[in-house]
Design a protein. Structure first.
Ligand SMILES: [Zn+2]
Ligand SMILES: [Zn+2]
Length: 345
């Protein structure tokens, strides 16, 4: 009786937390329901809710202290959440669950045209995201990438150490990371540093496996998401038909358009219960459409750049774009700093 609507409201908190109607400017409001009672739920119920969440639900809920506390005590909620979206693989090396969920589901900036996009990463290993338009030509348009053939990659250890993306024509790598990794490789060879060579080879192999698992998952996820989106759109049309308005008009409600996006993203089907919970808010928003400013934009996150801060300006170390490359660079090129700061995987 209690869990279902409450669960829904909390799960989709993200959909309206930042939305304020002009008539309720200073109040946290969930679909017209006062949110304060949710914050006083006991930890056991909070845990039950967290166990039902998708990865992005957890990202949003971890912004709220009472939820964050329970989530920190029960990190297994994350793997639970990942299994709810076609068993999303675990985070790659050096990434937390939170960073992982954001990287996979939050969208970001297109690396080619710099527009916001909801598209899933084009390359998990190179951390490149592209909008639907730029996707096809991305590898040709992006500066600083290098394509090598598979035999060439296998022949050069310096190359295999850098993160790479397998594409039809061969393998794509980023020049800066290749140069930084080749430098590390040379130093390791010069010093006959077998231990580091062994460790790094394994780190890179693990990272590559993680990224390949993510790429495999992506194919299944995108197919499933398309199917779920089509069904949710059908539901939307039915509701619009009953209200005798155009279905596209329903999406003019910021709350509803965010909810539809969140459901599609989490591969969840919209139902009558969901509509019943939000209909009052949605209809109010449609009436107010003209008075409202457009929904707030997601703050863009630039393509990750991890440049080494110990190296001087203008050097290759400064331009490293991959976290694992940076880690290995610091380990090999700045061993004393590395040891002093206890950097660890
Ligand atoms: Zn683009
Ligand atoms: Zn450096």
């Amino acid at each position: 009786m209690f869990a279902s609507p409450c669960l829904f409201v909390v799960r989709k908190w993200q959909s309206s937390i930042s939305f304020r109607t002009p008539t309720m400017p200073h109040r946290t409001c969930l679909f017209g329901i006062d949110a304060a009672p949710i914050l006083s739920i006991c930890p056991e119920i909070i845990l039950m809710i967290l166990r039902q969440c998708s990865p992005m639900d957890l990202v949003y809920l971890s912004d709220i202290a009472v939820f964050r506390k329970v989530l920190e005590d029960h990190p297994s909620c994350w793997s639970n959440a990942r299994s709810s979206v076609l068993s999303l693989p675990k985070p790659a090396l050096l990434f937390s669950e939170l960073q992982h969920a954001k990287m996979v589901f939050e969208g970001g900036i297109c690396a080619v045209c710099s527009n916001d996009t909801d598209e899933v990463m084009l390359s998990f290993s190179l951390k490149i995201r592209c909008c639907a338009k730029c996707k096809k030509t991305a590898y040709r348009q992006l500066p600083g990438l290098r394509t090598v053939s598979l035999p060439e990659l296998v022949a050069s250890r310096g190359l295999t150490w850098a993160p790479f993306q397998i594409v039809g024509r061969g393998v794509v790598l980023r020049n800066v990371d290749v140069i930084a990794m080749a430098e590390c490789y040379r130093v390791v060879q010069e010093k006959a540093d077998d231990i580091n060579e062994f460790i790094i080879t394994h780190l890179v192999a693990d990272q590559t496996d993680d990224c390949i698992a993510l790429e495999d998952w992506k194919g299944d996820y995108l197919r499933e998401k398309a199917a779920v989106s089509a069904q949710n759109t059908q539901f939307l049309r039915r509701i619009a038909g009953e209200l005798q308005i155009k279905w596209i008009k329903l999406l003019k409600s910021p709350t509803f358009s965010r909810i539809v996006n969140a459901f599609n993203r989490d591969l969840a089907l919209l139902g009558r219960m969901d509509w019943a919970l939000v209909s009052r808010q949605v209809l109010a928003e449609i009436r107010l459409t003209r008075a409202l400013s457009p929904p707030p934009r997601i703050i863009p996150v630039r393509t990750a750049a991890y440049g080494c801060q110990i190296c001087t300006e203008g050097t290759v170390g400064r331009q490293i774009s991959d976290m694992l490359t940076l880690y290995i660079h610091a380990r090999i090129m700045h061993p004393s700093y590395f040891a002093a700061h206890g950097l660890s995987v």
